[in-house]
Design a protein around this ligand. Sequence first.
Ligand code: NDP
Length: 435
Amino acid sequence: IARNGHEPEFIQAVQEVAETVIPYIANQDIYNGKNILLRMVEPERLISFRVAWVDDDGEIHVNRGYRIQMNSAIGPYKGGLRFHPTVNASILKFLAFEQVFKNSLTTLPMGGGKGGSDFDPKGKSDDEVMRFCHAFMLELNRHIGPNTDVPAGDIGVGAREIGFLFGMYKKIRNEFTGVLTGKGLSWGGSKIRPEATGYGTVYFAQSMLKTKNESFDGKTVVISGSGNVAQFAAEKAIVLGAKVVTLSDSSGYIYDKDGINDEKLAFVMDLKNNRRGRISEYTDKYTSAEFHAGKTPWDVKCDIALPCATQNELNQQDAKNLLSNGCMCVAEGANMPCDTDAVHEFNNAKILFAPGKASNAGGVATSGLEMSQNSLRISWTREEVDERLKDIMEDIHDSCIEYGKEEDGFCNYVKGANIAGFVKVADAMLAQGVI
Ligand code: NDP
């Protein structure tokens, strides 16, 4: 805390892990006295750089770019790039720290990292986004590589941005390698990667529900966000027979009492991905739906909640509202969307609660599968990738049960995910000595 006290999101993420991992270490002789957690919270490398670019009117702008190379004990650094005006070292360090545990849980050999910039793609032309991405990669390229550090997308970095970033990397290095994941299908991307985080979140929730002999069928589901993760979480929940009644963006949420069906979801995907519009436009087309400006959807009655927008979007009061409305299952699609008090609220009520590092690990797991396909120079079918994704989500669920099940039969998935993620990385760090 003395060293990182000015970084609230990072402290929050570390405290959440420490609460469960420190008591575990205390009972394990091999980890005692090795200061492993202390070593894990210090990034192996923190890179910050200037990104200067020119807008359509010829004006020069300067943004700050980052790459946090957090931990490479079990594989090359791996984690997304976020372009959003709120990006700073604290947010990226929290994301990089979470990524270390998440990647460990996937069973694949990937270390943890995260990066991005305070650049806001909203309202920028395609040409401006391209010039920014090219300027960003002009510096980032020297720090990454297919065996060193493999970035991917995150908030504000989708297929368009990955394309521009990859193009510049290839030009500078004169090599076609799997240095980024989330690539287009015709140039090295994996099938199911765009869907993977949302699908994986629903698969994980499905495994949790199964422990209570429940399923998505007939359940009412509330989802926040309307970006990549939210869209595909909604798609999979609908396929499994659920009624999805909300989606949101930073301006508010829409509530559709009739449920968002395939046609309405296709409208949202076009609105958000192609026209880059606002979620409020949903109610222009579907007039029976309501738009609630400036609000989050957590006061809507539901059985299952999937927060898929951003960190700390669901607080203690929101958690209380969900519980009093009978919500039985919460799976985080976003990273740390529930604040610490909300998580405690859910765990005290002993409902099914999945932390993002377990439930949203399907995205990076499929990125890991993209890396494997790139190395082998092959491309698996949609069915093959989806099967592997399902298996990985089930394995993560099993690991959470192994380390998180308590005496009364309740599974504390936060504890389970933290300890299972920790053990693999800690063992590798022990084997590699003090470095
Ligand atoms: P997108 O950029 O595709 O979508 C983000 C969504 O969240 C948008 O609807 C956006 O609304 C909303 N949002 C962003 N910031 C805020 C805010 N401050 N308040 C309210 N709403 C906000 O990102 P993704 O869907 O890829 O990412 C969503 C979350 O999932 C993030 O936490 C990310 O780290 C996490 N995640 C993503 C993975 C992936 O594979 N993409 C993998 C694992 C985790 P608006 O358009 O108004 O900004």
